[in-house]
Design a protein around this ligand. Sequence first.
Ligand SMILES: [Zn+2]
Length: 413
Amino acid sequence: MNPTKSEYELFEALCEIPVIDSHEHLVPEQEYLSYAYSGLNMFAGYLFYDLGSAGLDPEFQATLRDPGYRSVDHWWPVIRKYWEHVEHSSYARALKIAVKELYGIDQINTDTIFELAELIIADNTPGLYDRILRERCGIRRVVTQIKTVSFPNDPILAGLTHYPVALHPEFHGLDYIGRISEAAGGGLETLDDYAEALRKLMQQSVQEGSRGLKMVAGDYQIPDKAKAERELRQYLASSDFTMESMALRSYLLEVCLDVVSEHDLAAVVHGGYWRDFRENDPKHLLGFARRRTDVRFDLLHLGMPMIRDALLIGKNLPNVSLNLAWCPIISFEQTVHAINEMIDLVPMNKIIAFGGDYYMCVQKIYGHLTMARQAIAQVLSRRVSRGDFTKDQALSIARMWLYDNPGRIYRVN
Ligand SMILES: [Zn+2]
């Protein structure tokens, strides 16, 4: 990439703005270090999917995320053949930037891969998160979503509540009812029992410090208690019941949203790209987000690839903000176009510019954040040079997107 002089100057100025990283899947650092990653993890984040798509043997692919020491001789000869086909993707670009800027390695190839693996191993020491996130990235807080919401040993992390009822069954298993029962310690029989148990679990996670509820866009129905009760009875009567109808899930999700509303938290909605992304279409917000005007929804990933739908939903609905987490590494170019159109369409206080969306390669957050800053600099500097606003105005817009808005929406500054 050859930025223009003004674009580069703006990029440099953006690097001085503190960042709230609105979306990761990071586990506590102590747990991360216990996995003793040894280099292969750098190819196992989202690159995992590009390598599989390029033809990497699924059985080998399935081992990419295994923890523990893995010898470079064992994995590089297999990965190398497919790396050549994916190294120009946006997923790979985050890796290449991280490796170059953090470890001084210009090219990933057979000559450098052993050195890279050694550097990753050497970096696996306490303070890794602080060195990468705070010192190198300028990140002040990270909103992370794993199965816990409190991080007593990692003050940089803040958690989201994560209940299967709000997530897509394909991500977290069909049996969300069984999981509510398990989490509540059993003894649940009626729909009211389940709703009350879920409410208590939500309240408990708020007390532990949850900053919001993670959910997935879906065709949720207007809550209908009679239908939901019928579905629950079917489920309890037969272990084969597959929970495909949305009545029960819609009813219980409403209970979660009530708690989110009472505590003025964010409902964080995965929209768009992942597996069968027809089901997660951001247009579903036109149903549930218009009905629940008491809840603040943060729509993730600009609903990629349904970006224009997401932009117009963010434009129209006062209770929906737009979050560019993951976007620059899905497609840098789509993100640049989207940011430009977003300025035409969406109020500036409703945009969150960054979430890295990683869990097993913290270094790549640096590469991803660099790409997010590059995309913002590219769009804003063009707007400055054509006279839409001044450089100072551009910087105050960027500060809102990177720091003020995520801090306010997630209550973390
Ligand atoms: Zn995510």
